[in-house]
Design a protein around this ligand. Structure first.
Ligand code: MN
Ligand code: MN
Length: 378
């Protein structure tokens, strides 16, 4: 989207104006749908879904919304949740069938994890920090003094935040005499447990980390469930920066990520991922992406902060900054390692006669090819 106040589906002699009815606000945010590049062709599924179009679940002191395969059919392999917890507000102790990857967007979140070996992990995480909670491992999240907002990505598009296994529901659906036997106390002690989920609810802001850790055994997991990724320096390129967070720096993780910043005028270069789908969350700026599929399909999408994008495994794409401020976007992959094939590098490392024979490129283009990868160009 630019500063334009209107957009018409007209290019030269092709198209015609749109006298309405129309939703101009949506058209202005999606100029490449209304007025696609001439190179777009054929049918690709929708690969964009804004969190703004997701149902928001308001709870006591927080909210949560999700983009899953129900709303976004192309995103079969991953689902996303955007959650806000006010100061002290808790996302209930729970677990789920899927692995959970997280990225903190605002404030400070306290994550508490206990695993099958009895290791425990209690950490405060700030914007840019990450966690990975494996499937089945129980955990809770709490907002600290300023509250928190974060992004969660699950490794199954069919995940739902509303269908996790909750500690309240587990106890509520176990016969009281079984609870009594399990904990070795009388069943009357369970008379006041909640009859249904608490999910998101207010608690006092907890004491500092060292105080809370001091109340429990010191038994951290061998490989941490959290990564203070905000402290990792990104790689710098001519058009921006890239932070690569995969299992080489975060051994626990089963989902890998790129945190990309693209300067105005810059672009994440044309590439594809041979072994993973890409789930995108736009944090800042305005961007567009064209996705290419066999043999002649291409579709272009525009993105704003809070939008989700998806690129199926092996399909070609770029991300271009179309605005005046940097684009910040997180890419999450359903693989342990970030890998991509750069179109430019592929061509540079192929015998030049073979490339010229295919594309008839002149000397200027051939000389400009780069044998080393340059993920963000300008
Ligand atoms: Mn969870
Ligand atoms: Mn990509």
């Amino acid at each position: 989207m630019t500063d334009q106040t209107t957009v018409e589906p007209v290019r030269g002699t092709r198209g015609a104006n749109d006298p309405g009815p129309r939703n101009l606000t949506v058209d202005l945010q999606n100029p490449d749908l209304l007025l696609p590049p001439n190179t777009d062709n054929g049918s690709l599924p929708n690969l964009k879904f804004p969190f703004s179009l997701a149902h928001n679940r308001l709870e006591d002191g927080g909210w949560a919304r999700e983009v899953t395969v129900r709303d976004f059919p192309a995103s079969k392999s991953m689902a996303g949740v955007n959650m806000r917890l006010g100061p002290g507000v808790v996302r209930e102790l729970h677990w789920h069938k899927e692995a959970e990857w997280a990225y903190i967007l605002d404030g400070t979140a306290r994550l508490t994890v206990v695993d099958a070996e009895g290791n425990l992990s209690i950490d405060d995480l700030n914007p840019g920090d990450m966690w990975l909670v494996p499937a089945g491992v129980p955990h809770a999240i709490q907002g600290m003094e300023d509250g928190t907002e974060f992004l969660l990505v699950f490794d199954d598009g069919n995940f739902s935040e509303n269908e996790t296994l909750l500690i309240t529901e587990y106890l509520a659906h176990t016969p009281p005499e079984v609870l009594a036997k399990n904990f070795g106390v009388g069943s009357a002690h369970f008379a006041n447990i909640p009859k249904s989920e608490k999910y998101i609810f207010r608690q006092p802001v907890p004491p500092p980390l060292d105080v809370v850790r001091g109340q429990l055994p010191h038994k951290p997991p061998r490989d941490p469930y959290v990564l203070l990724a905000s402290k990792i320096e990104p790689e710098r390129y001519s058009g921006g920066t890239v932070k690569t967070i995969d299992s080489r720096v975060f051994p626990m993780t089963t989902l890998s990520a790129l945190v990309i910043e693209i300067e105005p005028g810059g672009m994440r270069e044309m590439h594809w991922h041979p072994d993973a789908d890409e789930w995108q969350y736009y944090i800042e700026g305005q961007a567009r992406m064209t996705v290419f599929d066999a043999t002649n399909k291409a579709r272009t999408f525009d993105f704003m902060p809070g939008d989700v994008g998806f690129v199926p495994k092996t399909l070609g794409h770029y991300i271009e900054n179309t605005g005046k401020v940097p684009v910040r976007v997180v890419n999450v992959f359903n693989s342990r390692f970030c890998t991509d094939v750069s179109l430019n590098q592929w061509m540079a490392l192929t015998p030049p006669d073979l490339i010229r024979g295919h594309l008839g490129l002149d000397r200027t283009v051939m000389n400009a090819l780069r044998q080393t990868s340059q993920p963000v160009v300008r």
